[in-house]
Design a protein around this ligand. Structure first.
Ligand code: B12
Ligand code: SF4
Ligand code: SF4
Length: 380
């Protein structure tokens, strides 16, 4: 006996080989297809408006926490309601792609203060050591969309969209909508509901076994898919991420002020940095991993087996002089298909110069300190 389709109450139609399209069988089939398409994990949530997230998002924007990212102000209602992104959305498929690697943790390179790297070197954050994840994930979303249409589409009865939507055969352009990162979806909120982890105090999604070094993407769909169970918050009384942040950018648990976040300053901020911002950057040339590096759950994360995300030669703790010697052509060749293109050559060199100045000040301060000691010993 097949279970009725929970969207329509009607039994699902069996296809020629007897496979059904119940929410449970769809969940199992989608999990397998997501892995075949190269994702590490799939989680599923029921699509619904999220009024509490709309309120929090509006409060975050009103406080100016988005900094220079004005695009985040566009249409918060849409960001908090998948039905406004895909008409008739019934499920949110959330996809995780692991990106950890064998490289040293930044906290062991730039230090807990974010400003103790070996002189002449800066830090490029873990997620940016290999190829640009947007491109990797977009290719995979396309492969997954194609596989769903080819392998599951023909199995779906014409009532899969539920009673309120017009019937018709499954059409991936109408029934699926993939987004990654800059799409109008609060990915971490859906990922939490879909059981892929919980939003830690640094605001990133943490999985109890896999830690937080993974990307997220979503595939909204009109299909009714059996949802997963949300993950419980395991942060407890820990506050390591808040304590380590050198710029106090985590202003409350799960709330990041981008105006102080080194990641936003080094990647998203265009034009010159103020003197204060340039000091906050410490030794970071692109992005920041400190709040994730100290999280106890990242002890469990393993290197990703994804070749495209492995560190490129020279990307771990790069030499500042190398970065500063690049011209446009050399930058384009060295960072083709890399996330660093987002900051452009001008942004990367602005950051490298800030790091150089910060290190220069350190040397001078250390020099004047030892001078003070010498003076003291001379007096005694
Ligand atoms: C804008 C953005 C940034 C901004 C702002 C960061 C931020 N915390 O919002 C900046 C540039 C600073 C940034 C930095 C980074 N980012 Co970013 N970023 C995004 C982006 C594009 C949008 C995030 C967004 O909408 N923020 C707006 C705020 C309001 O949303 P929110 O944090 O989800 O807000 C909710 C919570 O705060 C929650 N909340 C608040 N209070 C409470 C209380 C309770 C009780 C609860 C339950 C919830 C709650 O409600 C809010 C509204 O829903 C997402 C992709 C996406 N589309 O989601 C990637 C994303 C979050 N970034 C990602 C990454 C990897 C990073 C960096 C690690 C990169 C790096 N190494 O430098 C850093 C980490 C910095 C940090 N600690 O956040 C990944 C995270 C993957 C993961 N495992 O979680 C994402 C998902 C991209 C992706 N597709 O993989 N990022
Ligand atoms: S990414 Fe760096 S600056 Fe931003 S919140 Fe985390 S530790 Fe702070
Ligand atoms: S460091 Fe501690 S508080 Fe921060 S996310 Fe990890 S477990 Fe939660």
């Amino acid at each position: 006996m097949q279970e009725p389709n929970s969207a329509t109450g009607r039994p699902p139609r069996a296809d020629a080989d007897g496979a059904d399209a119940s929410p449970q069988s769809l969940r199992a089939a989608l999990g397998a297809l997501a892995q075949q398409a190269g994702f590490s994990r799939l989680g599923v949530a029921r699509a619904h408006p999220r009024p509490e997230d709309l309120e929090r998002l509006q409060a975050w924007l009103a406080a100016g926490h988005h900094g220079t990212m004005a695009w985040l102000e566009r249409d918060p209602e849409r960001r908090s309601d998948p039905g406004r992104v895909l008409a008739g959305a019934r499920s949110v498929l959330v996809l995780a792609l692991d990106y950890d690697c064998d490289a040293v943790r930044s906290v062991d390179f730039v230090g807990r203060d974010g400003a103790s790297a070996p002189e002449g070197h800066g830090w490029i954050s873990r997620y940016a050591l290999g190829d640009d994840y947007h491109e990797v994930i977009e290719r995979r979303l396309a492969a997954l969309t194609d596989a769903i249409a080819r392998q599951l589409g023909p199995r779906l009865s014409d009532d899969f969209r539920g009673p309120d939507a017009p019937p018709g055969p499954f059409d991936p352009r109408r029934d699926l909508r993939g987004t990654v990162d800059y799409g109008p979806v609060l990915e971490r909120r859906w990922a939490e509901e879909a059981g892929l982890g919980w939003q830690g105090k640094h605001s990133l999604l943490v999985h109890p076994q896999h830690g937080s070094f993974f990307f997220l993407a979503t595939l909204l769909t009109t299909l009714t898919v059996a949802p997963d169970t949300p993950t419980l918050d395991h942060c407890g009384s820990c506050s390591r991420c808040i304590d380590v942040c050198p710029t106090a950018a985590i202003v409350a648990p799960r709330v990041v002020d981008s105006r102080r976040c080194i990641s936003a300053l080094t990647i998203e901020t265009k034009g010159p940095l103020s003197e204060e911002q340039a000091r906050w950057v410490g030794d970071h040339v692109f992005g920041c991993d400190l709040c994730q590096d100290v999280c106890p759950f990242n002890r469990f994360s393993r290197p990703s087996d994804e070749p495209a995300l492995r560190p490129r030669p020279g990307s771990v703790g790069p030499q500042l002089a190398d970065l500063l010697s690049l011209d446009e052509a050399a930058f384009a060749a060295r960072f083709a298909g890399s996330p660093l293109r987002r900051a452009k050559l001008a942004g990367v060199q602005r950051n490298a110069l800030a790091v150089q100045a910060n290190q220069g000040r350190r040397v001078t301060t250390a020099g004047s300190d030892s001078g003070a000691l010498d003076d003291a010993s001379a007096d005694s």
